[in-house]
Design a protein around this ligand. Sequence first.
Ligand code: IVH
Length: 673
Amino acid sequence: MSAAEQIGDLRKKVEHHAHRYYVLDSPEISDTEYDRLFRELQDLEAANPDLADPNSPTARIGGPPVSGFKPHRHRVPMLSLDNALGVDELRAFDERVRKALGTTEPVEYFAELKFDGASISLTYIDGVLSTAATRGDGTTGEEVATNARTIRGVPLSLQQPLLGLIEARGEVVMFKDVFKALNEERLARGEQAFANPRNTAAGGLRQLDPTLTAKRKLTFFGYGVGAVELRGGQRRLADTQSGILARLRELGFSVHQGSRVVRGFDEMLAFVDEIHEARPHLPFGIDGVVIKVNDLDLQENLGFSARGPRWAVAYKYPAEQAFTRLNKIFVQVGRTGAVTPVADLESVYVGGATVTRATLHNYNEVLRKDVREGDIVIIQRAGDVIPEVVGPVLDRREGDLPIPVEPTHCPECETPLVRTSGEVALRCPNKNCPAQVQAKIRHFVGRRMMDIEGLGEKLITRLLEESYLTDLPSIYRLKDRRQELIELDRLGELSVDNLLAGIEASKTNSLDRFLFGLGIRFLGERGAQELARDLRTLDAIRHADYDTFLAVPDCGPRTASELQEWFEEPANMQMLDEFLALGVEPTEAAAPTSDLFAGQSIVFTGKLEKFTREFAEELVMNMGGKPAGSVSKSTSFVVAGPGAGTKLAKAEQLGVKVLTEDEFLDMLPEGSI
Ligand code: IVH
């Protein structure tokens, strides 16, 4: 084989495997093998400089630096979208569309994620990437082809022959894990952390040195086309938006599989809600969803307004980041004694809620990020995650602000703080520290633990002050103080009786809730469920050894040794005895009613109509199976209700079996529900 043939052959192979990996998410060879092929190609190209080609996959690590970006005029302008803020505006969009189309029937839309990155237009001539450009002002952008070649999901040449020209349009994003790793590296080098993945992706696209773009490991997601001028006069890739995206995927672009056809307003809304819920768990950032009329003829009928297409709308979710002033850094002591610096903030609306406090994790982070009292900081609140301080806006720092000092003593009980070797967190070693006891009680009475209503943070503090509460078992002695409680801060008879009734009722809660409530390190809700299910009684758990814990499903060495230590500690055993003496008898876990789902991992998704998710998951557990939150290759099957989205798509992609709710019910032995 000639060098030219050999190089051609290798280029095809490397591109094929990059496509399998980045677009189809199903590699055929190991990373090492891929690296070997890649290096072989690099070596051959180095030995044969006359055979250089800008579209060789070796361009993916970045070509030589450029001195500036040339302007690029888009053949078809890159428009932006009208925003719908809130459900009413979304409904108004649907009504406008139906009115303009003169129909009362539900319209077919294609619902997509609104990727939070930077848009890009990729021009292919005769199937080969010829130019790439940023959006710019919509008419003219900057030519960034060398950078675009380093982006995952951008084919250097199309997977199928296509004579003529197309502009593929989409968004360049940075995955959250890539962003995190990049920032760790920067902080370790003493550099400022990047604020968010969007700006980092946009900045990455505009690096003069393409190897720097390559280092940012950006990903492209296609969402449409601009100009289509194919040989033979063809002006469309397909007749629907869903068809266009399917074609783009066939051609080698990465296209996110979470999009789907929705009919009418209700289905549109279900998609909006579902993606909102999935948002914090997605591997990349989105700032909303985009709803597009699916049929291209109807799109043409609707046309454009000055602002953008009349056939599409962007529904925005609340921003997950905001700026505000950090007034003070104070120290919080958690239930395990961990000492956390917390920022007291000027209140700010972020991620759909008003935030006045945000965690700073630990003092190492405070120093690494160089956060100081008085700074304007970036606050992040994604989904249910505790709000956190991302970092300061250094340009807005006024004057010399003092560097925060790590405390040496517990702010609550003044015990000297300790640091366990290998851990960054400081700890208050005093088990009776009032702050710890308070946090422990708060956890114990929580909704997913013992679920004792009426025992809120303020009341716990008061009862600790009065020494009516001293530790967890003392909750069950409150009943002896009914009269004092009624008189305390004029709580009143009714609320005290309700509280005491709630406390009594919790005595027979299930074992897993009780175990979770104890606040043992590393033992989460699922872990407690597995433990209760496997060992069945509190007595058995008390007498279990390390190996027994390790044999519990999903219990790793770290949790097993923590459990062993906890149940060996005399003070803890004394506490359990006290609970028992006070009549706390967590009920034993029910024996599995059958082993129908033994060893199986099952995912429920979509809007379940025949049963609740909790019910189904409990049923699966009782039959020896494991309900899981996400779909992977090891998922046994997925039960999908109406409106199922990303998880269903993932299952289909991986070839995992999908059942309807009825099919699932049919599997169950008679009389089991
Ligand atoms: S369609 C004419 N689809 O949002 C329609 N845009 O405000 C053009 N974006 O500049 C855009 N995800 O960068 C479309 N699935 C998606 C999108 C998307 C993100 C960005 C895009 C555009 C902006 C519109």
